[in-house]
Structures are given as C-alpha cells and as structure tokens.
Design a protein around this ligand. Structure first.
Ligand SMILES: [Zn+2]
Length: 410
C-alpha cells in the first residue's frame, strides 16, 4: 500500500519534470512578446541548454535518491534498526546514531552531484567562480555547522520524547519553533559572515533612496550592504534579513553590476512589498502551525500497531518507526506543494503591484525582471502544470506581461 503510493508519487514527480522539458523543447526558441529588445534566439537557446543540463542532473540525482530511499525503507531498514538498537540502551544515543549516520551517508552521496553542478554545468555556462579551495573550505565550514545543528536537534528532540512520552508533540514542537527562530536571529550575525563579506554599497548614491523607500513602508533599515556573491557564482539576487521592524538589506554585488539605479530600487521595492503585506510573518505562522500539526500527527502515528507493517515488518524501534512516519509525511507534503506554491505566487503578485505603485515607475521592475531572467538563463517556457505545482514565483514572462499591462493602463 505505502510502496505503491510512494511509487505513484515518484512517477508523478518524474512526469512533471518530463512535461516541463518536453514543453521547453517545443517552445524553447520562441521569443516572448515584448522581450524582443532584451533577448535574442541565440541567448534563448543558451537558456534552454542550461535548463536541460541542470534538469538532467536533477533528474539523475532525484531518481537515484528516490531509488535509494525505497531500498533503504523496504529492504535495509529492519537490519539497520536492529544494529542501532544493539548499540545502546539510551533512546537519545540510539536516535543520534540512527539519524546521524543516515544523514552522513546522504550528505556524502550528494557530494559528487554538487561538485558536478558547480564545476561542470555552472562552469560551462559561465556562472561558476568557485575554485576547489573555496569549495572545500565552504564544505568544511558548512558540514561543521550542520553537524552541530543536527546534533543539537536530535539530542533535544529525543531527550524531550524520553522525558514526556505522552505530550512530546507539544514539547518537541516548542523546541523546534524556538530553534528555528533563534537561527533566524543568529544566522545573519554569526553564520553568514563565515562565508561572505558584507561591505557598504559601491554605488553610495543608492543608499539614501533605499532608506527613504523603506521608511515610506514603515521599515527601519539598520544597514544597507552589498555581499561578495560574485566570488562564488554569477547568479544575482537581493534579500532582507532580520526579524521585527529593524532590517538589514543585502544586495548581491552581481545584481549591482547588472541593473541600473531605478531597476535596483524597483527590485528592493518588491522586497519591501513582502514586508509591508506581512508575507514573512504569515509564512512564519503557517510554517509553525504546520509543524505543530505534523508533530501531533507523528505522535499519533508512532503509536499505531500497523506502522511497521507499512514497510513489511512486524516491529521497529522508535527511530525505525520515525522513518516510516517520514515516508507518510513526504506523501502529505507532496499533496500540499501546489497549495503552498499558489499562496507564494499570490504574495509575489502583491509585492509586484506594491513595487509598481510605490516607485511610480511601472516599467522599472519589468525591465529588471527581464534583465535578471536573461543574465540567470531562466527558463522562459515552463510547462503550465509544472509551474502551477512547483513555482514559488509566477513564470517570469507572465510577471512581466502583468507589470507591462499595468504600466500601459497607469
Ligand atoms: Zn518576492
């Protein structure tokens, strides 16, 4: 039963990806209306080749990952479970060993794909600026941070399960919620500086414009910084960090190279729009509420006698049962994906409208989006179903058309 549902899930994922690539093959060289001055056919076919290359690798990695998950859950799990149980009496130590080792194997298996993506695909299309030395030092730092966090998470989670067997769904939830909030505070100050260098904007005339824009929306900006993202990759972006009213605005140096002042202001106005409409707060609330429901559901499911039989065995330890809960959870998560993508796209449209109104320059965001799509070799022709299912942003051609439509009527 569970196996057939999982197979159905994996097949659906593959089908969506295949549809997306098939659509790109058919329409890949069509220049969208209104894009003629930004992008030519040659650039477009380069984007298509980039999408094919990354998707093929994603397909291989995802397919092998799904196969490995099935083999682990339906063949190896009982043996692995018995071995971990024989190692220790303590629930906490067993949990640390069980999931620590599993995560390690997963991370090591992902390394070749990561290296291939960076040094072959990204390099071929001129995005990669990372050398082996930087890649390895990022890997070492990242692994150390992940190990500490995972250790903390497993140790705290399993201790709470042992301490409060009847109501751990609420204690574990509180622990996870606090940990994620703490990370949101700590990460910009402690973790990001380990990887990136933040400096004042190289175009200082932008800073007062950014600040006055933010103040119009009621945000106090503590710092406006640029980050040396170009040391690693040519892809561009901008983001806000910090919770509450005080924000740090961060622009990738690559973004500053690609856009003019008005376009950068429009991109930031979009980000400010998210804040103005409370999107981040809403996302946080929905996330924590789903986490609580997930904890309650896991707590209930873990006590059910039929749980081990879902993977064809009679009994499993707590950790082994947790793996089965994870598989059931992945089904639920997949079914919820279109809903959360839809919500996210609605937020993006609101932020786009906000940017258009507040800057008074309707064309600036549209032109920024077109340039960014061109520079980042974005797929201009995703399959509609694929976009409905997965896209957190409306397809860029649709966003631009909407902004330009509004620009003409404004
Ligand atoms: Zn956005």
């Amino acid at each position: 039963m569970l196996l057939s549902l999982l197979l159905l899930l994996f097949a659906t994922r593959l089908l969506l990806r295949w549809l997306n690539l098939h659509h790109l093959k058919r329409f890949g060289d069509v220049v969208p209306d209104g894009w003629e001055h930004v992008i030519d056919r040659e650039r477009l076919s380069r984007s298509a080749r980039y999408t094919f290359a990354t998707s093929r690798l994603g397909l291989l990695e995802g397919g092998l990952g799904q196969l490995a998950t099935l083999i682990f859950a339906f063949v190896l799990l009982p043996v692995y479970d018995r071995w971990v149980v024989s190692c220790s009496e303590s629930l906490v130590l067993k949990g640390l060993l069980f999931f620590g080792l599993l995560t390690l194997v997963q991370a090591v298996a992902g390394l070749p794909f990561n290296a291939w993506r960076t040094f072959v695909i990204e390099a071929r299309f001129g995005f990669n600026r990372t050398g082996w030395k930087l890649w390895l030092s990022d890997l070492a730092k990242g692994s150390l941070i992940s190990a500490v966090l995972l250790g903390l998470l497993l140790w705290g989670g399993f201790s709470l399960v042992a301490w409060s067997p009847r109501f751990w769904w609420v204690t574990v939830w509180l622990f996870l919620a606090c940990l994620s909030l703490l990370l949101m505070y700590v990460s910009p100050a402690l973790i990001e500086p380990l990887f990136f260098k933040f400096t004042p904007l190289a175009r200082p005339e932008l800073e007062p414009r950014v600040r006055s824009l933010a103040e119009q929306a009621g945000i106090r900006v503590s710092k406006v910084r640029q980050v040396d993202a170009s040391r690693r990759s040519g892809h561009s972006n901008a983001y806000f960090s910090g919770i509450g009213r005080v924000k740090k605005i961060v622009l990738f140096d690559t973004l500053l190279d690609q856009l003019d002042d008005n376009e950068i202001i429009a991109v930031l106005a979009h980000e400010i729009g998210h804040w103005k409409y409370g999107h981040l707060r809403k996302r946080l609330l929905v996330g924590q509420a789903s986490l609580l429901v997930g904890c309650l559901f896991a707590w209930w499911l873990l006590q059910q006698d039929f749980l081990p039989r879902l993977v064809g065995v009679e009994s499993l330890s707590f950790s082994g049962r947790l793996v089965v809960v994870g598989l059931v959870g992945s089904l639920a998560g997949f079914l919820l994906t279109p809903w959360s993508s839809w919500r996210s796209r609605r937020h993006e449209r609101q932020a786009d409208s906000f940017a258009r109104e507040v800057t008074g320059k309707p064309g600036a965001l549209a032109s920024a989006l077109m340039l960014l799509a061109k520079e980042n070799l974005s797929n201009l022709h995703p399959h509609p179903w694929y976009a409905v299912f997965y896209f957190s942003h409306p397809p860029v051609v649709e966003r631009v058309a909407r902004l330009q439509g509004e620009a003409k009527t404004a």
